[in-house]
Design a protein around this ligand. Structure first.
Ligand code: SAM
Length: 327
């Protein structure tokens, strides 16, 4: 997964091809339009402090946030190609960091970044827990297995699943969160992504895991079909991320669905600012709201997790319908 996404010159996120929006492979919330960003801006403004965005993609979210408020805006982007694209779009309105700062204060945002972090594929078999890897088979790629060991085995043993069962464990995402937690002196980190709390993630009915490819707006599970040419993702285990944050000394400040979060932040007021009588202007906004909020689209599957320290509570986005107790 790491090679398919990030291998210099070859990986999906470091090649030149378009990825986002109508001409690409998938559409993220900030790519739909400005509604998501304008609503999120209300939460960020309430917190004050500089903003650090991870994995800013085409720069769409940063552009919207900066159109709402003169934020002190930093971006940490792993893909040099995407960083260049963000720089062309945002110019001197943001600063790009080469590495994680020693100390972080303010607001950290990661929208659809954790699902793009490489995961370990794991199989629970009758005779033990296996790590699933990739081997050559003729001209193509195929799965092969070896006994899981070390941290992967420790983490896999903590999960209550009944063999045969296949899924993913995001060790990279946990390490990333622990690292951030150690450096966040004061502030909040928002992780927005598709995923579930542990109980739902490792549900008996999800026994084939969540690895998924996205190619020209079609999702499929054949991970060896076009390695490097299509997006490859796994859903996020929000319980694992929250525990990693707590291990690093942070508090869980809120966890809820994207729909609930946006409603709490005032998406209906943001919509209300538009002139509903001008159908040409209003119809696309209403369609965008529907995509962001509908349980059949992004509203339920996408979640928002906030962790942090030294912050006045409650956070706007979680005033109603906080589900942190389900983590
Ligand atoms: C699916 S895209 C989402 C882009 C954007 N946030 C959006 O919502 O449209 C994932 C982004 O995260 C970046 N990325 C993945 N892992 C990262 C990491 N560890 N640190 C920083 N950026 C990362 C990718 O290069 C890409 O820009």
């Amino acid at each position: 997964m790491e090679l398919a996404l990030y291998e210099p010159a070859l990986g999906y996120y470091v090649a030149a091809k378009p990825k986002f929006g109508a001409a690409g492979d998938f559409v993220t919330a900030p790519e739909l339009g400005s509604l998501f960003g304008r609503t999120l801006a209300r939460q960020i403004e309430a917190l004050r402090g500089p903003v650090l965005e991870f994995g800013a993609g085409s720069g769409a979210l940063a552009a919207t946030l900066l159109s709402q408020h003169d934020f002190d805006y930093r971006i940490l982007e792993i893909s040099p190609q995407l960083q260049a694209r963000q720089q062309a779009r945002l110019g001197d309105r943001a600063q790009w960091l080469e590495r994680l700062p020693e100390r972080i204060r303010g607001v950290v945002i990661a929208n659809e970044v954790v699902d793009a972090m490489p995961v370990h594929a794991v199989a629970w078999r009758e005779d033990g827990i296996m790590e699933r890897g990739v081997s050559l088979s003729g001209d193509g790629l195929a799965w092969s297995e070896r006994p899981a060991a070390g941290e992967l085995l420790d983490e896999a043993q903590k999960l209550e699943v009944v063999a045969p069962y296949e899924s993913e464990i995001g060790l990279v995402a946990r390490a990333w969160m622990r690292e951030l937690a150690a450096r966040l002196e004061q502030g909040v980190m928002f992780v927005i992504d598709y995923g579930f709390p542990r109980r739902e993630y490792y549900h008996p009915q999800r026994g084939a895991g969540t690895l998924m490819c996205h190619h020209r707006h079609r999702a499929h599970a054949d991970v060896f079909a076009h390695p490097g040419e299509e997006d490859l993702t796994a859903h996020v285990d929000f319980t694992a991320l929250a525990s990693a944050a707590v291990e690093g000394g942070l508090d869980v400040l809120g966890y809820t669905t994207q729909a609930q979060f946006l409603v709490n932040c005032g998406i209906t007021e943001v919509l209300g600012e538009a002139n509903a009588e001008n159908a040409l202007h209003y119809a696309p906004l209403a369609a965008e709201a529907q995509k962001l909020l509908s349980p059949a689209e992004m509203g339920e599957l996408f979640k928002v997790l906030a962790v942090g320290r030294g912050v006045e509570l409650p956070l706007k986005g979680f005033v109603s319908g906080d589900r942190a107790h389900t983590l």
